[in-house]
Ligand binder design. Structure first.
Ligand code: URA
Length: 238
């Protein structure tokens, strides 16, 4: 993993309760050291492993944060939106500007949404290379025929795509409801998969991403921090 570089004032404000403008004052008053030497420029570029202290107290690197949210319908998977509430509006956390969504859901889709400020982890969740499996409960408008299970397993061809989808697993629950597990996350993928078979998705709920299942104790709109095991369940890319 390479070193990320950032400004000294950003490094300190990320890791402490000091605002960027307070940090600038601290630096200018000679209270900040980088690698043991007093720093004078708040805009100094440093690596994220740099040893930084304020008044001789070491400033730790901020702990990365990982959350699962039970996304309700009507909320957008975006950090900002002028018309609708966003997933981040549902979190009561400091430094919300640093949080990112790992795998978006449509506004009408409910269920498991992962949110983090660890960009590398986000990449591992969402990269098609990692084939992190996502399971959805799908409700469709027209009756399902067991013959389509093989079509999903073979790999469906979606309109406008150059390649087939990766093989997917469909388990029928009843004649209009199924569990679908896919290893990639193309735009509106599940809706387009059923549309390619002439059916319409009328309800979509994400239950699982890799080893992380939506916590049944979370009501729509509630969230919690991920456990260490859940965070570690997302494998490194080769
Ligand atoms: N596929 C979709 O079509 N929509 C979602 O929200 C997620 C997967």
């Amino acid at each position: 993993m390479g070193t990320t570089h950032l400004r000294l004032d950003k490094f300190i404000s990320n890791a402490t309760d000091f605002s960027r403008s307070q940090v600038k004052l601290l630096v200018r008053s000679g209270r900040v050291k980088v690698e043991g030497t007093t720093a004078h420029d708040p805009g100094l570029t440093i690596g994220d492993n740099a040893v930084v202290s304020v008044d001789e107290h070491p400033v730790g690197r901020p702990m990365a944060r990982y959350f699962m949210l039970h996304k309700p319908a009507g909320v957008v998977s975006a950090t900002r939106d002028s018309k609708h509430p966003t997933a981040l509006d549902l979190l009561d956390e400091p430094r919300p500007d640093q949080l990112q969504i790992a795998g978006r859901l449509d506004i009408d889709t409910t269920g498991l949404l992962l949110i983090t400020d660890d960009g590398q982890w986000n990449h591992r969740v969402t990269s098609p290379r990692s084939q992190c499996l996502k399971t959805y409960r799908v409700v469709v408008a027209e009756p399902l025929d067991s013959g389509i299970i093989g079509k999903f397993a073979h790999g469906l061809w979606l309109a406008g795509e150059k390649r087939r989808c990766l093989p997917a697993t469909l388990e029928l629950i009843d004649n209009t409801e199924a569990l679908l597990t896919i290893g990639e996350g193309k735009y509106h993928q599940v809706k387009r998969m059923f549309a390619s078979l002439g059916n319409n998705v009328i309800g979509l709920h994400r239950l699982r991403i890799g080893g992380i299942a939506l916590d049944a104790d979370l009501d729509p709109g509630e969230y919690r921090a991920l456990t260490k095991a859940e965070i570690a369940s997302v494998n490194a890319l080769d």
